[in-house]
Design a protein around this ligand. Sequence first.
Ligand code: NIG
Ligand code: FE
Length: 384
Amino acid sequence: MSRFDTLWYNAHLATMVAGGAPYGAIEDGALATRDGRIAWIGRRADLPDAPGRLAERAIDAGGRWITPGLIDPHTHVIFGGDRVADFERRVAGQSYAAAAGSGSGIAHTVAMTRATDEQTLYRDAASRVRAMIAAGATTIEIKSGYGLDVETELRLLRVARQLGTRLGITIRTTNLGAHVVPPEYADRREAYVALVCDEMLPRVAREQLADAVDVFCDTIAFSPAETARVFEAARALGFDVKVHADQIADTGAAALAARFGALSADHIEHTTDAGVAALAHSGTVAVLLPGAYYYLRETAKPPVDALRAHDVPIALATDCNPGTSPVTTLPTVLNMACVLFGLTAQEAVTAVTRNAARALGLADRGELRGADLCSDHASAQWVV
Ligand code: NIG
Ligand code: FE
């Protein structure tokens, strides 16, 4: 056996592999990598030789826990300006929906973003992503959605791709051209949906700028019928789909997500039992966003008990954005999910590892697996 590059020993491993000990834990374990991949994982006692003889670099982890790299499956980190004025109005009593109706809210961020050049967008987003990395994220999804015209949406996705190549982590990109109807289309919403379907998504596909397509399906954004139209166009171009679902009211968005085999239905504070039943067995992951729940002083909680009863996988994300969730640290989100939504600690960790990987359609991460633990070659490729 050739030597490992690095071997950590005297470590506890939260593998997050289901079916065994809580957290898939291996206490007093060891983990070795070769060429950036996990090559061996198991109990320290089962190492075939002394750590120093097995690897170029042997690291005594001092009894610390090693987890899979954390995955943030829903963010809007690229935007111009801020929403401080919105916040002031909201603490004075204005609702999120009222802000949207008065030209502030998302429309304000769209105006600020359109007026911000690519370099500045990159610089400001990079500082947010660095904060996310410092808090443990190694894979981050980034949505566009503050451009709402073809050129600005492409600019945001280009910045997202650059963040991935320059910051050394995995960035998955999602087009959210159907975030809200932009002001210049206020009286022509059908024309905007057509623009998204017939011009924006084909350009995004041609330039390979997105991995998925998201729609905000809610009372202040797009109807289920409009959402379905965008999903049809997205599917025809080969995109996975995701949805901002039932955040403000139950519009049947979660059930729509299930019907389209969406990767995820996100927010879902107002999803009813029928919506959760539709999600069951669909493969769609429920992504809960406690940052937005907290910041908007929402009172309806996502249907956690029903999700459990129907075995719907639960993921968590920061939803980092200027208007409803200016949060960059996943550990804070885990804490909020336990305190505000009643998740167990194990559910919360699973939600930003194994289930977050599923919410992004990534089969190669979210658990710690090595060559000795798996039966096929593919799972020997798992990364931390
Ligand atoms: O996930 N709900 C819609 N979109 C974002 C908020 C966007 C904004 O208010 O700027 C969200 O909460
Ligand atoms: Fe969001």
